[in-house]
Design a protein around this ligand. Structure first.
Ligand code: AMP
Ligand code: MG
Length: 428
């Protein structure tokens, strides 16, 4: 028996902004970004630290390297013993890396030493094994010696108090190694948002349930999970809700255990578009806009307590464009990141693009570097339901609302959505 359809509470409508409010991309972005804040801090093991934002000052507590050590495999000796070459010395000790000398090296003596081994007391220089002829406990030095050669001083890398990174810095691969080098195993970082993803639509099925009965696979569920994971965050998939307000509300209540919630579908003005009423019913100030962009409008946004909820449109390209413009920067801000926007580069449009005046267009383009110029070519079909246009796109050419035509050869800003940019050639 299908559940009876419930009308959402009328009172809730009072907190919905006028449905047809039309805002620019910049206005919607500002409002959303100003509503979200970085999360609290947590301590993680250094293996989990890469890509996280530091919440403490990272100072070295150690001297690295901890002792003067040899930069070469060879012989440690006193420069003053080699006034001419060849000179023979008495080898009194062998020092592999990790072994500390037990004795002081005296005049006329040398120690066989390996790269990284601590320099023993009494010597001041290292001669490379290539310039020494050893036999038994004797070595003949064949090259003049400059005092101090091939010795790496203690503390050359960091000393106690050296600042490695500051609060707010993004921890990258070398930071992880540096922390290990100074004996740090944990670090204080900004928490990462856990992101709930909910698809809504009677017509949707999971991809493995796709049969020819007129229903379609919920591709958005998977697009959004991938988009969230791409920025290193955990996506919690809450499945597909039918277009039933009670069921949608139940799923949203579950979702609110997460730090951010993304839904797709049901934000338009169709009879079965319940998202705005359900969210308004849950409290908070519901904002629903026709964002003046194509593809992408409409968009619902509400802060429920501290949790941002993004109601994205159902069309697969619209979902992804809206995620890119509003959700991704918000999630990165919540993770404490300072740099939250995709790079925008200048490119030459290779084909004339025409559109009606009014909405800003995100034109899906492929990018090619020709000599030093970046060239942007629109992908064939631009419909907001045509996901293949996103598969082919390297970025979005931004065509402002007021323009009706951009002629071929004009420079346009292009927001890259495939970065970092890797090359097929090594380049040097
Ligand atoms: P809606 O925003 O619910 O009106 O949906 C707009 C269009 O997007 C419709 O053609 C839906 O079938 C489609 N759509 C909605 N949700 C999804 C989804 N999760 N995956 C793929 N297409 C969807
Ligand atoms: Mg729908």
């Amino acid at each position: 028996m299908p559940k009876p359809r419930t009308e959402p509470a009328r009172a809730a409508h009072a907190s919905i902004e006028p449905e047809r409010t039309s805002v620019t991309v910049a206005e919607a972005r500002d409002l959303i970004l100003n509503s979200v804040d970085p999360l609290g801090s947590e301590t993680v093991g250094i293996q989990a630290a890469q890509g996280r934002v530091l919440r403490e000052e990272l100072l070295s507590t150690e001297e690295i390297p901890p002792h003067d050590n040899s930069a070469m495999d060879g012989f440690a000796l006193r420069a003053e013993d080699v006034t001419s070459v060849p000179t023979e010395l008495h080898v009194v000790e062998e020092l592999p890396a990790g072994k500390r000398s037990q004795q002081k090296i005296g005049p006329g003596e040398a120690a066989r030493i390996m790269t990284g081994a601590a320099i023993p007391e009494g010597v001041d220089s290292v001669v490379m094994v290539e310039y020494a002829e050893a036999s038994g406990d004797r070595v003949v030095i064949q090259q003049p010696v400059t005092r101090g050669q091939h010795i790496r001083p203690a503390g050359a890398d960091v000393r106690p108090g050296t600042r490695i990174a500051e609060v707010g810095d993004l921890l990258r691969t070398p930071h992880v190694g540096m922390m290990a080098a100074i004996g740090r195993t944990t670090v204080r970082v900004c928490s990462l948002p856990r992101v709930a993803i909910l698809a809504t639509g009677d017509e949707l099925v999971e991809p493995d349930r796709l049969v020819s009965d007129g229903r379609i696979a919920s591709s958005n569920s998977y697009t959004l999970q991938a988009a969230v994971r791409e920025i290193g965050m955990e996506a919690i998939y809450l499945g597909i809700s039918p277009d039933e307000p009670e069921e949608i509300e139940n799923r949203f209540r579950q979702a609110l255990r997460c730090d951010a919630v993304i839904s797709t579908g049901g934000v338009s003005v169709g009879d079965r578009d319940w998202i705005k009423q359900v969210l308004a019913g849950l409290g908070g100030q519901m904002r629903l806009w026709r964002v003046n962009m194509k593809p992408g409008a409409p968009l619902a946004f509400v802060m429920l307590d501290e949790t941002p909820v993004f109601g994205l449109p159902g069309n697969p390209v619209s979902t992804l464009v809206a995620f890119e413009q509003f959700v991704r920067p918000s999630l990165l801000k919540m993770a404490g990141r300072r740099e939250i926007y995709r790079p925008v580069e200048s490119a030459i449009l290779t084909e004339t693009y025409t559109k009606p005046a009014g909405r800003l267009h995100f034109v899906r383009v492929t990018l090619e570097r020709d000599a030093s110029e970046l060239r942007a070519t629109p992908t064939r079909e631009q419909g907001s339901n045509l996901l293949l246009s996103m598969v082919h796109a390297d970025g979005f050419a931004i065509v402002p609302g007021e323009l009706t035509e951009v002629v071929a050869g004009t420079r346009v800003p292009v927001q890259r959505i495939c970065s970092p940019e890797l090359r097929s050639e090594p380049g040097f």
